[in-house]
Design a protein around this ligand. Structure first.
Ligand code: APR
Length: 311
């Protein structure tokens, strides 16, 4: 059995960190694909990491390309191709441009790696992952959107900052669309096994929920040009690793729902079991009335974006 092959579609900010993480974690060999104009960047970034490999003591071959033939037979495809937000833009403002890019990527991925586990990162996330699934016609297990892992990571980080404890002890979860309507679930969050609701006041929790919903925008404002890239890359790699190593992790992801949570035919953030079968199962949480109402409101936002794809 040779090494696994990981195709990174998009060699921008997130793509670069993805390539570094693939090498550092020895997940396999990586091919970074970008448009012909940016082929040099893809080649340059991957060569740069190859030259760091001896220093990191890892074995991973990386290369850059603009030719889809080079991603043939990839085991995992992570897609970040598309424009990021600028200050003042919502994720939905990217829809038209990124939809064209996503459709083109989907056609090529379908042709070159029909068996790959595909992780979509491009925004507006819930609509882009829907579009990718529609265009490829891949089984739902094979296509997931990266958003919940990131949104949960942000929530957990803010809880840890507030409490002054290790972020690795915080186990929260966030449902819903990847945007301001997302639904963090403080009720189910524990810190080292202790319910969060016993550690923080309602007011503190409300503050964390609000900051989580706006966390992407907070970064966009600070960066001034572009959006978050370290945390999205780490999040997508967590999903890829769960698949490649059959870890059976329960990760919040955008998964295609067919009746779960009373939702049918849409991608939206839910806890999903990720293993060698891809999205092996969607885990359902019995929601309280207000949580359920918030999820339905988030679904409306997702439906609106999906309707704009006309797919
Ligand atoms: N095929 C391949 N790559 C493409 C294509 C295409 N058709 N169109 C654009 N790209 C490439 C760009 O050339 C660029 O190198 O996608 C890359 C995107 O990189 P950045 O602009 O640095 O954006 P990044 O921060 O990586 O975010 C990518 O993920 O989180 C989302 O909102 C974010 O939609 C954005 C995406």
């Amino acid at each position: 059995m040779g090494r696994k092959k990981i195709a990174l579609i998009g060699g921008g900010q997130i793509g670069g960190i993805l390539a570094l993480l693939v090498a550092q974690k020895e997940l396999g060999d990586a091919v970074m694909l970008d448009i012909p104009d940016k082929e040099g960047v893809a080649k340059g970034k991957t060569l740069d990491i190859m030259e760091a490999a001896p220093l990191m003591g890892v074995d991973s071959n990386l290369r850059g390309t603009s030719n889809y033939d080079d991603i043939a037979g990839a085991d995992v495809v992570i897609i970040t191709a598309g424009l990021p937000r600028k200050p003042g833009m919502s994720r939905e403002d990217l829809l038209d441009t990124n939809l064209k890019i996503m459709s083109d990527v989907a056609k090529n991925v379908k042709k070159q790696c029909p068996k790959a586990f595909c992780i979509i990162v491009t925004n507006p996330l819930d609509a882009m992952v829907y579009a990718f699934k529609k265009v490829t016609g891949f089984p739902k297990q094979q296509v997931a959107g990266m958003a919940g892992v990131l949104d949960t990571g942000r929530f957990n980080a803010f809880v840890a900052m507030e409490l002054g404890v290790s972020a690795s002890d915080v186990a929260g979860t966030v449902l819903g669309g990847h945007g301001p309507t997302m639904v963090p679930l403080p009720r189910t969050c524990t810190v080292g096994g202790v319910p969060l609701t016993e550690l923080l006041s309602q007011e503190q929790i409300d503050g964390i929920v609000k900051r989580t919903r706006e966390a992407g925008t907070e970064i966009v404002k600070l960066l001034g040009n572009g959006s978050a890239f370290f945390s999205p890359a780490v999040s997508a790699i967590e999903m890829a690793e769960a698949y490649l190593k059959d870890k059976k992790r329960i990760l919040p992801c955008a998964a295609m729902l067919e009746g779960e949570y009373g939702i049918n035919g849409y991608y939206i953030g839910v806890p999903a079991l990720i293993g060698a079968g891809g999205v092996e199962k969607v885990i359902e949480i019995a929601l309280k009335d207000d949580e359920s109402a918030a999820l339905m409101a988030s679904l409306e936002a997702v439906k609106k974006a999906v309707a704009e794809t006309k797919l």
